[in-house]
Structures are given as C-alpha cells and as structure tokens.
Design a protein around this ligand. Structure first.
Ligand code: PLP
Length: 391
C-alpha cells in the first residue's frame, strides 16, 4: 500500500482529486502537474527555438529506453504509434497469415482488438471467438479447444475494460510457445498498474496506448515486437522503417530491406509533445513503482468488495486477488445509476454489466468510503424522484 504521506504528495500532483471523486482511470487518467510542466516546457522550447528537433528526438530515444524497461524489453523492441488500435492493426497486418489460417480471440474482448483481426476476413483468415463469462479469467484451457493446425495467433486483453478480469497470460504464453503461435496482447488496461514482463510471459507482440496507466494525453501508443520475429513485416513503409535510408532522400526500389528492430513499424514523425509528457509520467510512476501501484489498487479493491458486500451490491467480475486489479464493475443498472453518480460528482463509467469504478495510484481508502456512502444513500433514498433516478 502506498503510504499516507506519499499519497498526500501524489494527490497534489493530480489537482482533479481536490474537486471530484475520480474513479475513472480505466477511461483516462487525469493529468498530473508533472505532465503539464513537461508539456509546457516542450511548448516553450518550440516558441523560443522553433523546434530543436534533434534534441527532441534524442529525448524520444531516452523515453523509448524507459518504456522498454517497463516491459523487460530492449529499446530495439519498442515502436511508438498513435494508440492501441494502431499497434494492434500493425500486428494483424504484419503476421504472415494466408487464407484458411485462423486467429483466436475472447468473445466480447475490446472491439479495437477484434476489428483489427476481423478485417482479415478479406484475406480469407478466420477469426474464432472463445466464450468467457465476466467472472471468469482466460487461461490456456480457454483457448485450447479452438486451436488447430491452422491457428497462427492467440490474442487478448491483459485486463478487460468491461469487467476487470486479469487474464492468466502465463499459461496462455506457455501454450503459445509449445504450439508455435504468436501471442498478441492488448495491454492498454494493464500498463502502469501491473508489472508486465514480455519475456516471462512469452508475448510476441504487445500493444498499448498511454493515456490510462501511463498518465499522458491521448495520441501516443506503444508497440512491442519481440526481437527475432523478422517475418513480421510492416504494411506501411516510410523512410524511418528502412534498413538503409537513402542519404540523398531519393527512394529506390532496389533496396527495400526494412530495419530488423521494432522501428520498422514506425512511420514518419513521432508524437513529440506526448513523448515529453511520457518521460515525466514515467518518472512519476517510477517514484512509486508499478508493483506498489498494483498492491495499492488491490487494497482499494479489497475494501470496495467488502463494503459492497455490506450493502449487498454485487460486482460482475472476479473477486479473488490475482484475477482482478484496479477495475470493478458494480452490478447497478446503468440507466438508473449513471446520472445519480454524475449528480454527486463521482466520475465513473457506465459499462455492459453496471457501473465501472477504476482506481489509480492517487486514490485512497477514503475515496472508497465516500463512494460507498453515496451508494448507500442512493439505495436508501425512497423519495419518488430519487427512486425514479436510481431504481
Ligand atoms: C483493452 C482496451 N484496448 C484498447 C482501448 C482503446 O484503444 P485506443 O488506444 O486505440 O483508443 C481501451 C480503452 O480505451 C481498452 O480498454
């Protein structure tokens, strides 16, 4: 658990905590002062020096190395993209797949992953959906019945956005290794809140955006591609993708070799403002530690679950530690409760199965208790207007 002293300092970094009960980091984390300062410094450099691009690019490389450490990867295995979807689409179009091959997904997983693969129907690639209940987690066993000789890829979210399950990537990675399958992971909901070791988990490709656990504004994504997967080739090319970019800037067809690192998947200029913000955000995250953030949000989850039990309010996802992390969906009807929370200045997200509460490093036990009191009042309020709003 993050100490109370440290939490006080952290909450000062996130001014939103002074004016709102913010329980929506699975949607977007609020910005911190550190990130604001990094963006302001970037802008002022742009004003004064009209873009010191070599300096900015050097810093981008330093950020790449820091991002790599987050995943126990090397910098050569990290490309910057626009968001999770772009990273997943890059993966779907890079894996060598031919008509009749198949890809296995979890039914109901994030649509931004599903569509990237469903788009391959055009090439005759089959997409198979393995069913899974909201309170179950995916393991190797979930996928096994759907895998056959033509299966090439298993792909899933690490943590689901709609019920908060933390899937068992360890057993899935082992299965993929044994069967020679690519494992493509959408880590949008886990990066920054759960330590992710791509090597230990045998992940081939990982995709993530940076606006949740990595604390920066939307518009920057990360793509990890394991070194050595040279058969994965980019669908898009730019000079930055090439092994031997022409010094005279004249493209020639006789040397189309691409780089052998993940940078072959990068096209054109990078999101430099967001990369500056990311450097600052990672410093903030590392000042706490991802494992500590994970322990902290789990403690908040323990408290939430036990207090919801007192109120007899169920959650739709798993309850056991290890199977859930920072996302909890209260089984309260959305059409009635979403407005109620908004009127009480509680920031949460309506989800498929109820109201989603999600924690970040700056949330406290007191936040949980405040939420519970608001839920309790909502459940108790018997006035006709309140009943109409929350029943
Ligand atoms: C699991 C998951 N994947 C992807 C996304 C978003 O995709 P993108 O970064 O492309 O907007 C989200 C939520 O925003 C998510 O929860």
């Amino acid at each position: 658990m993050i100490s109370p002293e440290k939490l006080t300092v952290l909450r000062e970094q996130f001014p939103v905590t002074r004016r709102q009960l913010y329980l929506d980091s699975a949607h977007q984390t609020p910005l911190s002062l550190k990130v604001r300062d990094a963006l302001a410094a970037f802008l002022s450099e742009g004003f004064q020096n009209a873009g010191p691009k070599p300096v900015w690019l050097r810093r981008a490389e330093a950020t790449r190395a820091r991002v790599a450490r987050f995943f126990n990867a090397s910098a050569s295995e990290i490309a910057f993209t626009k968001n999770t979807s772009e990273s997943l689409n890059i993966a779907a179009n890079a894996v060598p797949l031919t008509a009749g091959d198949n890809v296995v997904l979890i039914e109901g997983d994030h649509p931004n992953n599903a569509y990237a693969w469903l788009n391959l129907h055009r090439k005759g690639v089959e997409v198979r959906f393995a069913p899974l209940k909201d309170n179950e987690i995916a393991t190797a066993k979930t996928f096994e019945p759907y895998i056959d000789a033509r299966t090439k890829v298993v792909t899933l979210s690490h943590v689901t956005f709609h019920a908060g399950q933390v899937h068992d990537l360890m057993s899935i990675g082992k299965l993929c290794k044994e069967r020679g399958l690519y494992l493509v992971v959408d880590a949008m909901q886990s990066v920054g809140v759960i330590p992710v070791d791509v090597k230990a988990l045998n992940i081939s490709v990982l995709a993530a955006g940076t606006h949740k656990g990595l604390l920066v504004p939307q518009g920057l994504g990360v793509l990890y591609v394991a070194d050595g997967l040279d058969e994965l080739q980019p669908a898009y090319l730019a000079m930055s993708s090439m092994a031997h970019p022409p010094a005279d800037y004249i493209a020639r067809a006789d040397d189309m070799a691409t780089r052998n690192d993940a940078l072959r998947f990068e096209t054109g200029n990078l999101n430099l403002p967001d990369l500056h913000a990311l450097e600052a955000a990672i410093e903030l995250i590392e000042s706490v530690g991802v494992a500590e953030i994970q322990a902290h949000v789990n403690e908040l989850g323990d408290r939430l679950l036990s207090r919801l039990d007192d109120l007899d309010v169920k959650v739709v996802g798993p309850r056991e530690r290890g199977r859930r992390n920072h996302i909890y969906v209260m089984a309260l009807p959305v059409e009635k409760w979403a407005d109620y929370f908004a009127r009480n200045d509680v920031r949460v997200t309506p989800e498929r199965g109820g109201i989603r509460v999600s924690f970040a490093m700056f949330n406290t036990i007191d936040d949980v208790d405040r939420l519970i009191e608001i839920v309790r009042t909502g459940l108790k309020d018997k006035t006709p207007a309140a009943r109409a709003a929350i029943d």
